[in-house]
Design a protein around this ligand. Structure first.
Ligand code: SF4
Length: 472
């Protein structure tokens, strides 16, 4: 039996992506008998109709229960919850998971920020004191005549309370930064968030058996939890990343799978947290590591990013970006990746068995995100440089294991510009939003659209984003 015949399904590569580089590598995967998310998606067909509609519930041991969407079978679960209640509960639990993930990422960055304030790490420092002072001032923390370290300590203290402060007072970041009219509306609806962890916790409580059965009331709490994440957790992560690593400025970079190099050690950083990826990039691009790579027969070390952590290093260091979620497996399938270093979120468990088919070392670094089969090197911000060096060396030492006959790096790559932080936009406009607002008022600019999100094998890769952008 040939390798390719081991796959139970075949993916029509040209139909599932508009990226020729991705199509090339899906075909390579099939020739080599390895599966991708597209194969697993096909194998899942037909996906569970109850799951797709959100009308199954296993929130208690009386279940699992499911509602018949056609009206012939059960209309209520054992406890009496109907389809509206079950759907609302399921959405609220998804919101809880998303808010918990984003905001826990903020908590990890805050931990490093606290270490900086206490002088307990030499690996991280305040890179943007202006931003530090701007955020502190917005929260009412005195900045005049004070050192960065003093301000960091006070700011860290205030932000730490965003997660679990007692009382009914809304979140401080939201109060300080959200527009007045939004805050009035949220107050009227009773959705002003009080503390991040509290809202996530309350999602779990309300959706438990026999608690909140009112779908509107449930969804309003989902809104409150999202606001806690958006206006505090996620915003905190961005602010602290800017303070520690620098507020992004427009930067040119190269993107797509063609950024991998045949002649260099390729290290991919993947996940969401810049605390790790910035260090890996910094160490990998150092003269010492570039020289070490030469001793192993490579022409230096190349770092590339995937998903949000890739975005963090590209915005601040101009590190090339491979792309988003669906390219993580394809990057390994090039056969040219010595190490994929991951933290958390959007990291497919499939990477471990896939890496075994090539010479790639999949390195997990987070105690809260391990993958069976991966090499686990726990990242400790207090020893960041030492650990980053160990990881980069492991990748370099792996270069001689690359099987040259299996390497195929697509040619596709393009130049792009990223790094449009609020500060960078304001600077480009001459320090005020006035020119932009005037252009909106007189109709020169019809509107502003944020296109946010990632890929899903359910739809043609990148088609939605690109088509929408072109139409706009
Ligand atoms: S909470 Fe109600 S609908 Fe959900 S599993 Fe329990 S009994 Fe069934």
């Amino acid at each position: 039996m040939s390798e390719a015949r081991r796959l139970r399904v075949r993916v029509p590569a040209g139909e599932v992506t508009i990226n020729p580089a991705a199509a090339e590598l899906i075909e390579k995967a099939e020739r080599e008998g390895v599966e991708t998310a597209w194969h697993r998606h096909l194998e899942q067909q037909p996906q569970c109709g109850f799951g797709l509609l959100g009308i199954c519930c296993r929130n208690c041991m009386l279940g699992p229960c499911r509602i018949d969407p056609f009206g012939y079978g059960p209309a209520r679960g054992v406890c009496g919850a109907d389809a509206d209640t079950i759907v609302a509960r399921n959405i609220v639990r998804m919101i809880a998971a998303g808010a918990a993930s984003h905001s826990d990422h903020a908590r990890d960055i805050l931990h490093v920020f606290e270490l900086v304030g206490e002088g307990k790490t030499a690996a991280y420092k305040v890179t943007d004191p202006e931003k530090l002072r701007a955020v502190a001032s917005a929260l009412g923390i005195p900045v005049e005549g004070r050192s960065d370290q003093e301000i960091v300590r006070d700011l860290a203290h205030v932000l730490a309370h965003e997660f679990g402060k007692p009382g009914e007072e809304p979140l401080k970041l939201l109060l300080a930064l959200a527009p007045k009219r939004r805050k009035e509306l949220w107050s009227k609806l009773g959705v002003m968030p009080r503390a991040i962890d509290r809202e996530v916790n309350e999602c779990m409580h309300r959706t438990h058996m026999g608690v909140d059965a009112d779908p509107v009331n449930l969804l309003l709490h989902g809104v409150r939890t999202s606001l806690a994440d958006g206006w505090s957790g996620s915003m905190m992560a961005t602010f602290l990343s800017d303070i520690l690593f620098g507020t992004p400025k427009p930067v040119k970079f190269a993107a797509n799978l063609g950024v991998l190099r045949e002649d260099a050690v390729n290290i991919i950083v993947h996940g969401h947290n810049p605390i790790l990826s910035m260090k890996i990039a910094e160490v990998a691009l150092s003269q010492e590591m570039q020289e070490l790579a030469k001793k192993y027969g490579a022409n230096g070390v190349n770092v590339a990013g995937i998903c949000c952590t890739g975005n963090e290093v590209l915005m601040r260091l101009g590190v090339p970006a491979i792309g988003n979620l669906l390219l993580q497996e394809l990057a390994i399938i090039t056969g040219a990746v010595e190490a994929m270093v991951v933290d958390y979120q959007c990291v497919m468990p499939a990477l471990a068995s896939l890496a075994e088919c090539y010479h790639t070392k999949l390195i997990t670094t987070e105690p809260k995100a391990k993958i069976p089969g991966a090499v686990h090197i726990e990242f400790d911000p207090a020893k960041a440089d030492e650990i980053a060096k160990r990881i980069v060396k492991l990748a370099i030492e792996n270069y001689p294991n690359r099987k040259k006959e299996r390497v195929h790096i697509p040619k596709e790559k393009m130049e792009a510009v990223a790094g449009f932080s609020v500060e960078a936009i304001l600077k480009a406009l001459g320090g005020s939003l006035e020119p932009l607002l005037n252009a909106l008022k007189d109709g020169t600019i019809k509107g502003i659209v944020g296109i946010v999100g990632c890929n899903n094998p359910k739809v043609k890769q990148n088609y939605g984003h690109i088509t929408l952008t072109e139409k706009l």
